[in-house]
Write a protein that binds this ligand. Structure first.
Ligand code: GAR
Length: 202
């Protein structure tokens, strides 16, 4: 059975990409394979991680494509050229249009660093999420993997994991705990789960 071809889209460090690659190496994603990494930032460290594994990369950034629509068309093109069957947003900060999303029904996943529907939607990304969590004083946070639809952070939820908030947490410390205890665990699991479904549907 051929493996599902996965593209991971990243804007920054790519630790979630790394978690997927580690799981793949450990044989935990038998139904899928990361074959492409795309970034909207040429300097994203995620691209270096991909190169280390010999994975094809593409940059669709503001410099080359100043218009958002143009940039999105470039991303769509690179997906088609690489025969991508599943797209994973792993710290990807561009929001793609409903037209793009409709091309991949139940084939785009996103990892979000909170327990949706708390601390999500427009403006909630990266450290900002953890700053808001600490400002509100909640005692439990976590991470969510969901399907991407035209509603920002509003698609069906696939997996969630709770993480304790501690009294002396800083946004940075909390971010690291959420990544280690939740994101890096549930994202590779969800990727395999969806790849298995897609492989069975082939
Ligand atoms: C992760 O915490 C991810 O959940 C978050 O950005 C970080 C990227 O880190 N995504 C969002 O906030 C999306 N709204 P990484 O590049 O090291 O994986």
């Amino acid at each position: 059975m051929s493996k599902i071809r996965i593209a991971v889209l990243c804007s920054g460090g790519g630790t979630n990409l790394q978690a997927i690659l580690n799981a793949e190496e450990a044989g935990l994603i038998p139904h899928g394979e990361v074959t492409l990494v795309v970034s909207d930032h040429a300097e994203a460290y995620a691209l270096k991680r991909a190169a280390r594994y010999g994975i094809a990369t593409a940059v669709c950034d503001r410099k080359e494509y100043p218009e958002a629509r143009e940039r999105e068309r470039a991303i769509a093109r690179v997906m088609k050229e690489n025969g991508i069957e599943l797209i994973v947003f792993a710290g990807f900060l561009s929001i793609l249009s409903a037209d793009f999303v409709k091309e991949y029904p139940r084939r785009i996943l996103n990892i979000h660093p909170s327990l949706i529907p708390s601390f999500c939607g427009k403006g909630f990304y990266g450290l900002r999420v953890h700053e808001a969590v600490l400002a509100r004083g909640v005692k439990v946070t976590g991470a969510t993997v969901h399907y991407v639809t035209e509603v920002c952070d509003g698609g069906p939820i696939l997996a969630q994991k709770a993480v304790e908030v501690r009294q002396d947490d800083t946004p940075e410390i909390l971010q690291k705990r959420v990544m280690r205890e939740a994101e890096w665990v549930i994202l590779p699991e969800a990727v395999e789960c969806v790849c298995k479904r897609l492989a069975e549907e082939k």
